[in-house]
Ligand binder design. Sequence first.
Ligand SMILES: [Zn+2]
Length: 66
Amino acid sequence: MNQFKSLRASSLYCPKCKTAQPVRERLLLILPDREIYDYLCSSCATSVGTREVRAAEMPRPPLILH
Ligand SMILES: [Zn+2]
């Protein structure tokens, strides 16, 4: 029953629903030094916020040797 445990932002205020709603995270833009994520209301799909992740803060992908 912990399926939402990994979500960083489980709910944000939605101006359209006029209440806090569960949100879905969507990758909006990939830039050379950062990625921008969009948060969408899960009820009405209105964008309720964005988040920037700098490349330095991203976990380094594991090195895969073939
Ligand atoms: Zn909404």
